[in-house]
Design a protein around this ligand. Sequence first.
Ligand SMILES: Cc1cc2nc3c(=O)[nH]c(=O)nc-3n(C[C@H](O)[C@H](O)[C@H](O)COP(=O)(O)OP(=O)(O)OC[C@H]3O[C@@H](n4cnc5c(N)ncnc54)[C@H](O)[C@@H]3O)c2cc1C
Length: 440
Amino acid sequence: MAGSEAAWQAATAGIRVVIHEMRPKVGTFAHRTGNLGEMVCSNSFRSDDHEQNAVGLLHWEMRAAGGLIMDMAQRHRLPAGGALAVDRDPFAESVTAALKAHPNISVSYEEITALPDDGHWIIATGPLTSGALAEAIAAETGTEALAFFDAIAPIVYHETVNMDVAWMQSRYDKGETVEEQTAYLNCPMTKAQYEDFIDALLAAEKTEFKEGETAGYFDGCLPIEVMAERGRETLRFGPMKPVGLTNAHDPQNKPYAVVQLRRDNALGTLYNIVGFQTKMKYGAQKTVFAMIPGLETAEFARLGGIHRNTFINSPTLLDDQMRLRSRPHIRFAGQITGVEGYVESAAMGLLAGRMAAAELQGRSLSPVPDTTAMGALVTHITGGADAKTFQPMNVNFGLFPPLDGVKGGRRGRKDRYKAYTDRAKADWQDWLAPQALAAE
Ligand SMILES: Cc1cc2nc3c(=O)[nH]c(=O)nc-3n(C[C@H](O)[C@H](O)[C@H](O)COP(=O)(O)OP(=O)(O)OC[C@H]3O[C@@H](n4cnc5c(N)ncnc54)[C@H](O)[C@@H]3O)c2cc1C
């Protein structure tokens, strides 16, 4: 994500770029192809609401800056209510094709195993940075690379879901077209079924942590069994909440809990179980998920999983230009800098690409306004965050400076978010304008 966007931005500014990509020669456990811009888990870039949602605002800012990832996402968009979900393979193929077709870009398929001594570099090797490079980074920074754990949600084949039990409906009937209405499948549970399911989840065999690894989950991606451990009702108020849904097979009876599946490809042949990332062992997953009404005989295109996520302590290691303080010819971008998510990673790639291009062309780039989603994120990772407790961060309005003259409590949340996004859009356009002039 970050590397693709960084290359695109720098090349578009007139810089010659070489992308070094280790796949398909060297794989990771999560990537399946050799494509650039491959989405490793969910097929969603999350909310596209640029007035009320910080990640939607980030979409808007990336589009305004001619972002490749957002452009291709738009072209391969799938119906998913207010979310920007995409058909993952055509999306990644188009990202790859666009980069390869750019006259300033070449792609070299090789693993980088050491920190380069000269040239200008952007390291955007992500949460699954290969071992040799991760060791080189740890040796240079003098710190252990930090780690936490993320888990992958399972995907089922639609044709194996029992539609006499499950039904199609988006929560609160969002969406007008048939396609939007078929974006979600729902599996209902009675109270007894829910209680049995929680018991099975708690008893299921899980992947063990290796010695020295800490189970510091990122809260937005908690495995379901960890949620269940926090309380028997936690899932019913989280991914299994029954609100805004009516069982088409039994409209009079409100389900006690609902498991929701989201369409995962344009063909509608695959659905992922929303919020069901897990570290249960594969055998246990099959047994436990078969307890979900409608999925008794479901077949899985992919089971859930667990992975290590590597990121550096950016607040101490990077300057405000995203350069490694100890080796300023190297920038970092993407999830390895301690942002979290496809969109945030691509966004940091966009900034790194522009910053590198400006430096190479001898142009001065004013600091990214921290009132924008881009600026709020980069300010957070390069200094705003407390280095001692630094953890990967999604973009959110909490990172934005307060609004002048707005008395917090007296204004509604909707108005406040709208004011944040209006201010951000104006400031982002002001930041982009001189760069557009320089390119002319
Ligand atoms: C299993 C998993 C599931 C995730 N699920 C989601 C999700 O559902 N939604 C979400 O928003 N985010 C998710 N994330 C988090 C994150 O948003 C993605 O990993 C995202 O792709 C990060 O973007 P990136 O550009 O930083 O890294 P990547 O997209 O992973 O790109 C890094 C690239 O560097 C290459 N590479 C690594 N080491 C080397 C080397 N030494 N030499 C050459 N090339 C190298 C890799 O092959 C890869 O192509 C998930 C992460 C993981 C690991």
